[in-house]
Design a protein around this ligand. Structure first.
Ligand code: SAH
Length: 281
């Protein structure tokens, strides 16, 4: 983590040990390969897309998001991440965050009052308009996350994410804060942290300037309702398998046609649901 933050006139991001909030924004002064222009710098510090994550495991962040493109984008100030340690909002000496489920049954439920305090802290300075700043709870009961949702989130000013643990969260606090439930898929994780990182990864890579080559977003799987065509690289022959000759022909129109046909074939074979939607069948 960098220790030098760009002085931008904003209130200092919550430093470690100063309460439950911790900033992972890494606006560092380390050298970059390409000179940045002043406009980029100004944009980075003023309007950067923000993720605020409420979790019992803040040490799990930025996790994999620190690597590669998402990590570089964080270094460049194209987005910033703040975690809110749910434990810090707990009750009493032991900072209790959970209790037994009303009506009985196994497991524990995160308390409404504790989650409410964390959501209130995380809303500071954020738009209260849910269309500009969604507040989501990672949940297997939520709407399944998809590329369209990633695009919607990337077009917002930021997002607040609540990671559940145990049996989940008291329903009243979700209703009270108009929290949107989003699922990573039809399976059950032990906590929301991995889902939050997956959703952040898919969203951050769509922010302007994060991917070098904008074309790769337009052609990839799920952006045009099709799965992507297969890829090949050197060597031209490997273990008796050759690269499809058309790809080595240099005929760009023919290559485009082949790729499109392969994308359609794969989609029809593997994802009849996507294919039906694409073809209106
Ligand atoms: N009792 C709940 C599951 C709780 S799992 C149920 O049956 O619906 C514990 C936490 O993991 C949840 O609160 C949620 O935040 C997270 N989680 C589990 N599966 C998930 C999924 N598919 N997508 C997103 N978050 C998930």
């Amino acid at each position: 983590m960098s220790d030098e933050h760009i002085k931008d006139g904003l209130p200092p991001a919550g430093a470690e040990g100063e309460g439950p909030k911790r900033s992972h924004g890494r606006l560092s002064a380390r050298p970059v390969l390409r000179p940045r222009d002043l406009f980029d710098d100004a944009r980075a510090v003023r309007g950067a897309w923000q993720a605020r994550v409420i979790t019992l495991f803040p040490q799990a962040f930025p996790g994999v998001l620190e690597q590669s493109l998402t990590g570089k984008a964080m270094d460049l100030g194209l987005w910033r991440l703040e975690t809110y340690d749910l434990r810090g909002f707990g009750i009493g000496k032991h900072r209790n965050v959970d209790d037994t489920p009303a009506g009985g049954g196994a497991g524990m439920v995160l308390r409404a009052d504790v989650v409410d305090a964390a959501l209130n802290a995380a809303s500071a300075g954020a738009s209260l308009d849910r269309a500009r700043w969604p507040v989501i709870y990672l949940s297997p009961r939520g709407r399944p996350f998809d590329q369209a949702m990633a695009r919607r989130f990337a077009a917002c000013e930021g997002i607040t994410m609540l990671c559940g643990r145990f049996e989940g969260v008291d329903q009243r606090v979700l209703d009270h804060h108009a929290v949107e439930e989003v699922s990573l898929g039809d399976f059950v994780l032990t906590g929301g942290e991995i889902a939050a990182q997956a959703i952040l990864d898919a969203t951050v890579r769509l922010l302007p300037g994060v991917l070098g080559n904008a074309e790769s977003i337009e052609e990839e799987s799920h952006s045009n309702g099709l799965l992507e065509h297969p890829h090949y690289t050197r060597p031209p022959e490997w273990e008796g398998r050759a690269i499809p000759p058309v790809l080595l022909s240099g005929d760009h129109a023919k290559i485009a046609k082949w790729r499109r046909a392969e994308a359609e074939r794969l989609t029809a074979e593997r994802r009849p649901d996507l294919w039906a939607r694409k073809t209106g069948a």
